[in-house]
Design a protein around this ligand. Structure first.
Ligand code: WT7
Length: 656
């Protein structure tokens, strides 16, 4: 394929896409669904009688200690599902498999970046989880307490998460690539009592100093009483007596038997932070039964998990994708999970393909941005390896441009694997719109049709249905069991952001259109959130970080299309009068932003400007900046601009 294909903004490509791929009955048979009419029949029924549908699903797919008395209640935008029921997530992910034929089946196959591997069977994983749960109890954690997990992608991260769920401790996993300030803010917001971390993790051949980052964060987090540290890199770290304990030393004192707590269906399961339109990330809270039902069902139905599958979701546990499809979904289904610690192209650019061939991965679930970087490296790399074990390919995180879709389908899937493009969000907990693999005909760039029980609609801002050809705001008509229940500590913000933006429906923040077949085409965010390499960042979040710099007076951040990352970050900055522009200042500001948020927030471009375009009421006109950053010029409506000379200055080429 030509380079220019990948470089066209994906949204533009999506508008002209009309290829359709029929399911290949010969090479693929869905374990449950026969064909599209079967899907449509079940789907219609799930929408018509949601409570009986979810009741049947919960009874068939999950193990409860106590059944519910009421399926659903809704008050003050607070949903409750399966009221009166008790269950345990780790019981569903472990015990029920240990008690079955899966006892000695591999639950987790892990490969570290240096190349070592570790396999844990369901029995072995359950013993490790029980021991870790006892360790957490031992350091004084109780049901309902919060704990932060800041770890590399090693088995202990999964063990720690499951251990929390075993005793009802609420985890908040913070992505290992986030800076110490981000970690600190999340710990403070959710009031965590303990932290589990590691000395470090391996990335691109070097040891990332996670403990050092954690120590920096913990200087300002009085709520943290203990830190459990996994020895991974064996680099020297500072251990604070009384506060810090090595995982392996603590483990020696505890037994590997721990009964799973019987938790209420609505017991908080985890808090996960994600970016919104304001500077402060929001802690979305998910609860036990509904979330587990969502990830279990979608893993079974959309990814068609079978007993012999090896499922590789390449996301980090620090993102919702890692929670739902690296840990909870596949383990609840009793599948074998493959997990890799490090960078995808280290030490050689074909590391991904080498591991798929070595471990015989059958399902690969990754992000469009990764696919686009592989395209750039050339198809010779995957072709060097035997990828014939693959039978299904998933994507998530951002709209996939049709050319990347086709490449994934042809080069990686050898035209025999269905492509499962999954649309969902941290807030939705699990997949909402995606093809049923091998059943739903696919169209490159479209996430296709909704999951059972989910009713997406496209509306105008006033709540009226949008015209099909124009598209509009993607909303979900009714609450569903696996949605986030609240923003931790700020239910008002939850209500306002999701249920009151368009009264009475869930507002996703995405624009979308529907084609004549009813397929959904996601057009990207309609708010001040940008999507960089499938990671969600608030423009305000980056702006607030930048203005903390002593020389920055004002900053406006916009996204612009990027051939590999989906969107890139452009920061327009006005400096304080006292600033002395030196050639290093841009790099210094970039580093300053990274220090506060993490490397993923590095601006692709910083532009200095004497002033920023504003309306008469003083609002920065980001729309104009977005246009300038994207096309190099401003042709849009400028009538509300306060000072026209700003435009000329902005257009002037930035020399340094
Ligand atoms: C936003 C949510 C859900 C896990 C990863 C991201 C975008 C996600 C798709 C897709 C088009 C997508 C949306 C959404 N997005 N998947 N298949 N097609 N866009 O979770 O960080 O909460 O971000 O990612 O814009 O709102 P997240």
């Amino acid at each position: 394929m030509s380079k220019s294909d990948t470089q066209k903004p994906s949204i533009e490509n999506l508008l002209h896409e009309n290829r359709k791929f029929k399911p290949q009955k010969k090479s693929f048979s869905h374990y449950f669904l026969q064909d599209m009419s079967h899907y449509l029949k079940l789907y219609k029924n799930s929408i018509k009688n949601p409570e009986s549908f979810w009741t049947r699903m919960a009874s068939e797919h999950l193990d409860f200690f106590k059944k519910w008395k009421k399926v659903f209640a809704w008050k003050d935008c607070k949903a409750q599902w399966f009221l009166g029921a008790t269950l345990n997530v780790s019981y569903n992910c472990l015990d029920r498999h240990v008690q079955s034929d899966r006892k000695n089946k591999a639950a987790l196959i892990w490969e570290g970046e240096p190349g070592e591997t570790r396999t844990l069977t369901y029995l072995q994983l359950s013993l490790e989880v029980a021991k870790c749960a006892n360790m957490l109890k031992g350091i004084g954690l109780h049901k309902g307490d919060k704990i932060a997990i800041y770890m590399p992608l090693i088995p202990e991260a999964v063990i720690a998460m499951l251990a929390c769920t075993r005793i009802g401790v609420v985890h908040t996993v913070v992505f290992g690539g986030f800076s110490s300030s981000s970690l600190r803010d999340r710990i403070l917001d959710s009031n965590c009592k303990a932290l589990i971390t590691a000395d470090g993790g391996f990335r691109k051949g070097s040891a990332v100093k996670m403990k050092e980052m954690a120590d920096e964060a913990l200087k300002e987090t009085p709520s943290i009483k203990n830190v459990i540290v996994v020895k991974r890199t064996h680099e020297k770290v500072k251990m604070f007596p009384k506060r810090d304990i090595w995982w392996h030393e603590l483990a020696e004192n505890y037994s590997d038997s721990c009964v799973a707590e019987q938790l209420a269906a609505e017991h908080p399961l985890f808090i996960l932070y994600t970016s919104g339109t304001t500077g402060k990330p929001k802690g979305l809270m998910h609860t036990t039964a509904g979330y587990l039902l969502g990830v279990t069902l979608t893993t079974k139905y959309l990814f068609d998990i079978k007993e012999t599958d090896i499922f590789w979701c390449t996301a980090d546990v620090g993102w919702v994708t890692g929670h739902s499809y690296l840990v909870y979904g596949p383990l609840s289904c009793g599948a074998t999970v493959f997990m890799y610690e490090g960078a995808p192209i280290y030490p050689e650019p074909d590391r991904f393909w080498k591991m798929i061939a070595k471990h015989k991965v059958t399902i690969l679930y990754t992000a469009p941005t990764a696919i686009r970087s592989f395209i750039r490296l050339g198809k010779e790399l995957p072709k060097k390896h035997d990828l014939s074990s693959l039978r299904l390919l998933g994507t998530v995180g951002e709209p996939i441009n049709p050319e990347a879709w086709i490449w994934y389908y042809e080069v990686i899937g050898n035209k025999k694997c269905p492509i499962v493009d999954t649309w969902w969000q941290t807030e939705t907990g699990a997949v909402m719109i995606a093809p049923f693999s091998g059943v739903t005909p696919t169209k490159p760039g479209s996430a296709t049709l909704p999951m059972f029980g989910i009713e997406p609609i496209i509306l105008n801002k006033d709540g009226t249905p949008a015209k099909k050809k124009d598209g509009g705001f993607l909303c979900i008509k009714k609450p569903w069991p696996y949605m986030a229940r609240t923003i931790y500590g700020d239910h008002e913000r939850y209500k306002k952001t999701y249920w009151q933006e368009i009264e009475g429906v869930y507002f996703t923040g995405d624009g979308a259109r529907q084609d004549k077949d009813g397929y959904f085409w996601i057009m990207g965010r309609v708010d001040d959130v940008i999507n960089v390499s499938g990671h969600r960042l608030g423009t305000m979040e980056i702006e607030s970080a930048a203005v903390e710099h002593p020389l920055v007076a004002e900053c406006a951040v916009v996204g612009r299309p990027d051939a590999i990352k989906g969107q890139g970050i452009v920061a327009f900055i006005t400096l304080k009068k006292s600033a002395n522009i030196n050639p290093m200042l841009k790099e210094e500001i970039a580093k300053f932003i990274i220090k506060q948020i993490g490397a993923l927030a590095r601006p692709d471009e910083i532009r200095f400007s004497d002033s920023l375009p504003k309306t008469r009421s003083g609002k920065i006109m980001r729309r104009l900046l977005r246009e300038l950053a994207t096309t190099g010029d401003i042709k849009g409506d400028t009538t509300t601009l306060e000072d026209f000379s700003v435009l000329e200055k902005l257009r002037e080429k930035d020399e340094d």
